[in-house]
Design a protein. Sequence first.
Length: 510
Amino acid sequence: MGSLPLDAPMKPLDPHAIAGDSQAILEFLAEYYGDVDKYPVRAADLEPGRVRKLLPEAAPEHGEPMEHILEDVRRDILPGLTHWQSPRFFAFFPMNASSAGLAGEMLSVGLNVVPFVWAASPAAAELESVVVDWMARLFSLPRRFLFSGGGGGVLQGSTCEAVVCTLAAARDRALGRLGGHEAIARLVVYASDQTHATFQKGARLVGIPSSNFRVIRTSAASGYGLTAEAVRAAVDRDVGLGLVPLYLCATVGTTGLGAVDHVRELGEEARRHGMWVHLDAAYAGSAAICPEFQDYLDGAELADSVSMNPHKWFLTNMDCCCLWVARPRDLTSALSTDPEYLKNVGADGGGAGKPAAIDYKDWQISMSRRFRAIKLWVILRRYGAAGMRAHIRRHVAAAKWFEQRVAADERFEVVVPRRFSLVCFRLAPRFGRDDDDGDDATNHVNRDLLAAVNASGRAFMTHFVVDGKFVIRLAVGGASTELQHVMEVWDLLRGKAAEVLQHYVKPNGL
Ligand code: PLP
């Protein structure tokens, strides 16, 4: 496969070695993707410690050919993986990969430039500002999030990092207004019981007392979306106690159920108190490339920041999170640094009609950073907006098909109406052991059903619990997932349901 002879002097960036090693990896990956559907999506018989037992205790003293390394990957590593790119992976949320994503990632890691300040890699910094503007336009985000509208965006590794940055920006903005750091004990963050746990972690990290994190209950009546009314009640209570509302998170497409918060009314409520509003569209943001989903972002102009993860459902290999802010100054005031060792990189302060250079280190936590922009740029150019819309619509249509089958089968029920490509369902209570609708018994049956499906290796799904109900989640979104795979998983579920229910049926029948 073209690896260099091992006795050659080591030249880590030898062009022949780069070509040979990369070629070997590409052939390996092409074979893997040809076979990925043959692997159990998640092997059922794995135990902690298996891989450690297979591998030597110490790193090799001498280098080895790539062929040997790949043989070990095939033999020791692949069987222990959960195959996230299997077309039968329906767990969590999808984490897309694609040939364009791989190509873009190869360019990114291959060039390995580090655009922390503009001058450290001008084209990389500028490409990033162009790509985030392209993305904002594709999702019809308000103009205030574009660089030309006074805002701007950055590519980070995850929503978790992006959230910490926005919380720090909101904190410093508020503390500036309140006249000093002591006021931090009075700042309050609001989220719903469906908001991703990262907001709680982020609030802790930026010094907000845990007792000042409000988790507001949602209910089936609002489709588990957060309402302004509920926020108002919590805020009024806090203001009455002398506390200061700081930050409100609105989510479009919650992790557990795919629920949607009422962005406009939440934004209006938050503005009354000068709160920072963050709009988290980590998963469902990708759907906003289709006009029929853009209404879910209605009211986004009231937000201070918006984030979404192309690495979930936008054919982008890990990692990539877009964060847009309406006032970059809020972010950079909280995050900028000015160390001496960066002053020798040819500063460019803009001025006299020149656009200002962007130092992206001031838009994120770390200083060093990846050249993610080239990956997203390759993907957008390779598939185009039309290709991306087709990708999203294909999955939404398959999820809709599945939801209809679930609704039409009297043994099952859809627990919350589907909005995007996530279907939350379960075996209905009357098919549990308990005639009085007992959720414990129903939950038991559904746990067994999910375990049976996952143990088959022919699909992998995960669960959520809402209002005490154990819910099975089918998250359609794998890059190779087609309607046919969803049809097959429906057959599998029905078969496993029949087996599982046999253990629960009372002698007098159901
Ligand atoms: N927000 C939502 C709605 C999510 O679904 C997720 C992950 O699934 C996150 C945030 C966290 O994203 P990340 O893993 O990029 O930090």
